[in-house]
Design a protein around this ligand. Structure first.
Ligand SMILES: C[S@@+](CC[C@H](N)C(=O)[O-])C[C@H]1O[C@@H](n2cnc3c(N)ncnc32)[C@H](O)[C@@H]1O
Length: 485
């Protein structure tokens, strides 16, 4: 069955069958400090107050990257690379350490994943890595290392026209797709015929098999390694409100060229599931992975459910999202950070990107306050372990005061026993309610929710939680127009 996974693609791909995938397309984040902010900025007109710092942290050289870098020579040898290549990699990474630590963090993160992807490809398979000129030259060297430069097939320039232009350099109007075979010569390739926009006629006596893609492009001339496919405008019917969404036509071309009907296509950074829709349209099987729960639960499910009319459970399965207390406990046991992230995002919050506790703050839930220009936030803390004590409640209270935050919410695995609940309510009464002149609703400054309550749909009481009643929801329902998918 087609599968959509919520989680880090590294761990998920490590558990997949070797040689089980025919085609991989990946569009990983880079400079993705836009991610959270772009979505909120689009919807509210205002950036999230402190998320830029939080998201940039992804590419700060941290202990996790350092561990990966130290361990990489072993992994490369296990993957069958010779000593010279491993030594080259080590020297290269060391050279980047001083001059480009951000790039080093990014490349080590990508290298770990590319090695696993190579293992997943069948010998006839191929991979398209989507990036831009910021890092494409580095990534190409890395692809040569992992897939072998003899398996390099194309550097495709995806050219588009939209967006602004600089007065100080030529307008940057292309992305790069690095196309490699698992084993050049055995790889599958169907030449693609296209017709440029506005071009008429073919003059080939009707012998060419015409294909019309999502942008109405017909087949006539053999496609080159530069593709003119329009970016999606903000009002384009394909748009789902996902900041980094790619056009279906681009993915259709990749899938048609490098797979057959019934083959399996993997997108390990699937975002709002463009690849999955294209694969579905072209009768391929698919596997998508994304680490953002809003991508998996809302955008992808809307695309797959409402646009493609696919039924969860029958046509595809979503894996990795706890649906029960047992599932949540299992996630906690397997990956504490991921559990925290799930719990925060489940209540429409945003995680702190730092994997270590950030002074007792695991995430924030943003809301609108009448009369305030800036978004306000509730601090979120998650306790996945068994023993939650009065000391934890006091700690939450201190964070609320220290941060001069308006509200703080605690998420616990299990509902509190009665005595603990009384203790919490006493402390909450001391902290008082958010002052909302004219409002008849109470918004306690200290609140608590357990996982079972969250799974039943209960949420923290805030004046206007952005993920629920904000325009995000409206934007997603825009995608609910049935298509010919
Ligand atoms: C550039 S976007 C992909 C957009 C996608 N091509 C589309 O058309 O919607 C990159 C995606 O990778 C996801 N991501 C980042 N790190 C990840 C990881 N370690 N595992 C899985 N997904 C990840 C992000 O949440 C984001 O949705």
């Amino acid at each position: 069955m087609n599968r959509l996974y919520y989680g880090d693609n590294l761990t998920i791909m490590q558990e997949m069958e070797p040689a089980s995938v025919d085609l991989i397309y990946l569009d990983p984040p880079f400079n993705s400090n836009r991610s959270y902010n772009a979505i909120y900025k689009d919807e509210t007109g205002r950036p999230l107050p402190d998320q830029i710092d939080a998201f940039c942290d992804l590419w700060t050289l941290n202990e996790e990257h350092e561990r990966a870098i130290r361990h990489m020579p072993v992994i490369l040898r296990e993957a069958g690379l010779d000593d010279e290549t491993v030594e080259f990699w080590r020297l290269w990474m060391n050279a980047l350490r001083k001059t480009q630590p951000t790039m080093l963090a990014y490349l080590s993160y990508m290298m770990q994943r590319l090695i696993v992807m190579k293992r997943l490809l069948r010998p006839t398979g191929s991979i398209y890595l989507h990036c831009d000129p910021t890092a494409s030259h580095y990534i190409k060297v890395m692809m040569d290392v992992v897939f072998g430069n003899k398996n390099f097939l194309n550097e495709i320039a995806w050219c588009y026209k939209s967006g602004g232009a600089s007065k100080r350099w030529f307008a940057r109007k292309h992305d790069v797709l690095l196309y490699y075979a698992h084993s050049k010569g055995s790889h599958l390739f169907h030449p693609i015929k296209i017709k440029s926009y506005g071009q008429s006629g073919g003059g080939q006596g009707g012998k060419v098999k015409y294909h019309k893609d999502s942008q109405g492009t017909y087949s006539i001339v053999s496609a080159r390694d530069w593709w003119e496919i329009s970016m999606l405008s903000t009002t384009h019917p394909e748009r789902l409100g996902y900041a980094t969404q790619k056009p279906l036509a681009l993915l259709e071309r990749v899938i048609q060229a490098s797979s057959n009907e019934g083959d399996t296509v993997l997108d390990p950074f699937c975002g709002c599931a463009t690849t999955l829709e294209a694969a579905h349209r072209l009768k391929r099987n698919w596997i998508g992975i994304d680490i953002a729960i809003h991508a998996i639960k809302r955008v992808a499910a809307i695309r797959l459910g409402e646009r493609c009319h696919l039924k969860q459970g029958k046509d595809f399965a979503i894996a990795g999202i706890p649906h029960s207390l047992e599932g949540a406990k299992d996630l906690w046991e397997r990956d504490k950070y991921h559990f925290q992230k799930w719990a925060v995002e489940e209540v429409d919050g945003f995680v702190t990107a730092k994997r270590t506790a950030d002074g007792g703050i695991d995430g924030r839930l943003y809301f609108d306050m009448p009369g305030q220009r800036d978004l306000q936030s509730m601090i979120l803390e998650v306790k996945g372990g068994k023993n939650v004590s009065i000391a934890d409640f006091r700690a939450l209270h201190s964070v609320l005061e220290r941060e001069e935050a308006l509200m703080a919410g605690l998420i616990t695995m299990e509902p509190l026993p009665d005595r603990q609940k009384t203790n919490f309510l006493k402390l909450a009464a001391q902290a008082g309610d958010l002052e909302m002149p004219g409002s008849i609703r109470h918004y306690p400054k200290l609140q608590i929710l357990s996982v079972p309550e969250i799974l039943e749909g209960k949420r923290f009481a805030t004046p206007t939680p952005m993920g629920k009643s904000g325009s995000l929801q409206n934007r997603f329902s825009y995608a609910a127009n049935p298509s010919d998918c």
